[in-house]
Design a protein around this ligand. Sequence first.
Ligand code: PEP
Ligand code: MG
Length: 610
Amino acid sequence: MKGAPDSSGSGGAASRRIVVRGLPVAPGLAVGFAVFHDEPDVDVPVFALRPDDVEGEQARLAEAVKEARTQLHEVEERLEIQVGAQDARIFSVQGLLLEDPAFGDAIRERIASELINAEVAVRDAVASWGERLAGIAAGSERDPVADLRDVGRRLQRILAGHPRDQVDLTEVGGDQRAILVTRELLPSDTVTLDRSRLAGIITASGGVASHAAILARGLGIPAVTDVDVSSLPARGGCWIVDGGAGEVILDPTPDDVQRAIEKGETFQRVRDELMRDTRGYARTADKVAVELCLNVETFDDLPAELLEDLRGIGLFRTEFLFMERTYFPSEQEQYEHYVGALQRVGDREITFRTIDVGGDKPLSYLSVPHEPNPVLGWRGVRLSLQWPDMFYAQMRALLRASAHGTMRIMLPMITNVEEFERCREIMEEIQDDLRENGVPFNESVQLGAMVEVPAAALAARSLAERADFFSIGTNDLSQYALAVDRNNARVAALYQPFHPGVLQLIRMVIDAGRAADKPVSVCGEVAGDPRAVLLLLGLGLRAFSTSPFHLPAVRRLIARVTLEQAQDAAREVLELDRGAAIAAALHRLVLVYAPELEPFLAPVSDASAT
Ligand code: PEP
Ligand code: MG
């Protein structure tokens, strides 16, 4: 954890000013009064049952589950209005947990076999499920353990007859605004917060991709995490949260406050301007067209106006359809889902990535034998090829859906040409079968490869002879090239997508695609970082796929630079031999071309740069 307090003398000897650094999770500036919130654990009453009480206790549990479902549904509806359906779906995931028969059965069985009350059975079931999930989901994009705890807490409150939990921000008084300081913000806290009073959020846990971070960004509330909140002086007073820099200032000087207000106003103005600027095809300053696409996990929240000026969806992570269920979706169910997505985007294109489970994305109903290194094990296309039933069903569903819109199919974790060739054969077998049976499909659906394994990048020229297109998955490519677990906070400083070795791999893929006249795009997180976009434009990339949150800043950077400037930037930074120096140089260049993007750039530290 970074955020231990660090006294800073700029306010003079009498000043109590303290600067605390954490991880930036939601940009923006907030000035407000600190409100400490620590969710007390709900007291769990313990009492023994007689055998003939069991039925009544199970019925009490069933009532509580029903009420919890109703509450979750209400929360989801409310949040949908505030942040849109996609983020609000966090609560439908919690609803699914409640509906998971294995979870419900585990609680009911405990009541019956151990003759314990429902509260104790819920507590124990949450603890044992939590341990299991924590092992398989550590640091993954979604945090199922937080969802589980949230659901457990809700059930406990209902069983205990407590009113709904609410973080109380009224103590700041008058029309003051609050900075919420808490160990952990669960998704349901985020929803019940009084937004008219909430200026910023400081938490101890929850990474950049945690639910609370996603919601804070969606709600536009500056947030910093990884702060050791227990070591903060528990006094109120005026604090500043700089969500872009990952910095908190306790008891700031009047100058700090003035600077923060000005920085906050600038951020807001630029953000409003960038949002208005999302229209119009992306073009560099010298009018070179650049394709922009979105990465999505579901299509629930795809604002049509956002798609209007995009090529479409560059990465549709279909595994989320599989992960949100407790059983394999049938071919028909998948077909309907894919057709629904295509209809939603109209004449835009969707690149569907075939199921990419395994590693840090387990499927609860797919029992994979224990693997010492799951990220190096049975995941992505490897799993699809060893489980043909599942893969055939998905391919068939996708090909049938191709009759209803414009789409491409993309294979995750391709390591060698054999895998790609086998997938192509399967696709052709299914196409033959569809033809014979008179089932309509689009004959020219393209089959592409994600390049996210270093060996595939090194062998990209052979792969380019077989694949119709490439999409570079820099998240995994960096992880595997650097031998750094992308989800492990302990080695986060070594996770450097700007490492010269990673950049060479990316360059090889772009060059191989160009030589074979095959389209290449990038869909890893770097596609949302203006610094990487500047470099990749200079390396010849003309297609980026990123999350909606990053789109306006990426579009603005592209509009501000000429191709020649991007090429010069690429030449300049590729001379450097340290990832941090490359990131710092690109940071400086982005600020030269688009200084207004400063609030959107996470800080880079480059001790080696002079
Ligand atoms: C990647 O690895 O860069 C990628 C886009 O895939 P995911 O993040 O889903 O693994
Ligand atoms: Mg990947």
